[in-house]
Design a protein around this ligand. Structure first.
Ligand code: PRP
Length: 229
């Protein structure tokens, strides 16, 4: 976990500490710089964010429950490894932006069992509105990856967690896979769901008055899917 400073924000500091943030290596900062630049083309945005999403997803998969596994190697030695406790990989995405994470997950885990919860923010009031969901059967009691790259006010993720809870998934069994968030969102999420696990590629400085993350990346869905040119 990185130990960057959020001293100007007393309460969110605690929330930030609960999160696993990818290490701010030069490689990660270069990818973020490429994606965050307002001059990035759609292709440049997609290429940079896909590489970051792969890192995030491998990290998130590693946070699911594991147990010891000791295979014998070709020279007859024993390797002290680990393997997942739950055989199946369950993941639920929040379209549209969450579909980008879903595509990257499918490239790593081809037989992942995938659900969707369609929640869209009202563009004016910035509040989430639930439209539709389709969840895999047998989800109750399972560990689940929740895929949504952006968390600004946390309204969308909190709604998605409550829908998963209604389907029998414990918040402690959810790993939120998040590309970009901010201390205010983390505080709100952990206030309501202190047990949830969060993996993110970057915690930004904060929210602007218009509920944009700062320094931010723009609208992830619009940039990834090329909605506007
Ligand atoms: C974005 C994003 C999150 C949500 C985050 O989706 O993908 O789902 O906003 O905001 P919040 O934390 O303030 O709730 P949006 O509703 O803009 O739809 P999109 O994925 O189609 O762009």
């Amino acid at each position: 976990m990185s130990n960057h400073s959020t001293e100007t924000l007393d309460r969110p500091t605690e929330a930030v500490r609960q999160v696993h943030e990818l290490a701010r290596t030069d490689a990660l900062l270069a990818l973020h710089a490429a994606a965050r630049s307002a001059d990035a083309t759609q292709l440049e945005f997609v290429l940079a964010t896909q590489r970051i999403m792969r890192l995030l997803l491998e990290d998130a998969l590693g946070r699911l429950q594991h147990k010891d596994s000791t295979p014998t190697t070709p020279i007859g030695a024993t390797f002290p490894g680990r393997r997942r406790v739950q055989q199946e990989t369950f993941a639920v995405s929040v379209p549209r932006a969450g579909d980008a994470l879903e595509a990257e997950l499918r490239a790593i885990v081809q037989d992942a069992r995938l659900g969707k919860i369609l929640i869209q923010r009202d563009p004016v009031r910035k509040v989430p509105v639930f439209h539709w969901s389709k969840l895999p059967d047998g989800l109750a009691g399972k560990e689940v990856l929740l895929l949504d790259p952006m968390m600004a006010t946390a309204g969308t993720v909190k709604m998605a967690v409550s829908i998963l809870a209604g389907a029998g998934v414990r918040p402690a069994d959810i790993v939120l896979v998040n590309f970009l968030t901010c201390p205010e969102a983390l505080e709100k999420l952990f206030d309501e769901y202190p047990e949830i696990r969060v993996v993110t590629s970057f915690i930004d400085e904060g929210l602007t008055e218009q509920a944009f993350m700062h320094p931010g990346i723009g609208d992830f869905g619009d940039r990834y899917y090329g909605t506007y040119r």
